[in-house]
Design a protein around this ligand. Sequence first.
Ligand code: BTN
Length: 252
Amino acid sequence: MIIGAKIIRREKVSSTNSVAAALLSTGVVVEGTVIIAAEQSEGKGQKGNRWESEPGKNLTISIILYPTFLRPDKQFYLSKTISLAIIDTLRSFCSDLSIKWPNDIYVRNDKIAGILIESSLSGDIIESCVAGIGLNVNQTRFISNAPNPVSLKSITGHDHDLQGILKILCSECDKWYNRLRDDELELIEKSYIRYMYKFGEQHLFESSGNVFSGTIRGVDEQGKLLIENAEGKILSFAFREVDFTHSEYPSR
Ligand code: BTN
């Protein structure tokens, strides 16, 4: 196992992804190195948002990878791989898990984990990748304006051992990353689709101010979301180009 063979633990950092990037820029870091912090002062989320995590309550980690075997046009497979590793980690703790495109991990209609992958490309090669994972474990009060956060504790009613979950998470990431390295793309694709949030259901979406009804049919090779509209036409959307309408979120 390479992921988690080396773990760098920090009490407080700005962001574990930034620590990982700094490490990468200063020298040789073994593939699979994990940086974990009890507290992040500037935890980074997607779309330039901040990632809320109460100190010492959750897992906030970054994994350093060198997926030089993967062509840049297939880099969405990294997202799929990490998403599936989180799903497999959580399966023994709770049910109703899904992946809300592109890579939010949901329990029912609430978000339990987020992923921020930052890759560094050199020509046709993915030189390095920092896979940041925020997994809500024991936090029960969330103060940011994130629409629907949830944690393992708020689902199960009791505290969970962070180190135990970290161990499982590293081993699941290792398992799925090996599948990616072994070119098991069909298995990864099928598994991702199987867990896709609202797959095959009709919903309201919003894109560039337009609200339309459609059905999620999957993702393309680049990771674009494929939605079939009311006229039976398949539309593809890049990240940030489409979202479920806000009426899809439960009010809190
Ligand atoms: C999202 O918005 O869904 C992505 C959240 C990713 C958060 C994690 S926490 C560990 C790592 N370090 C960061 O600064 N962000 C990621």
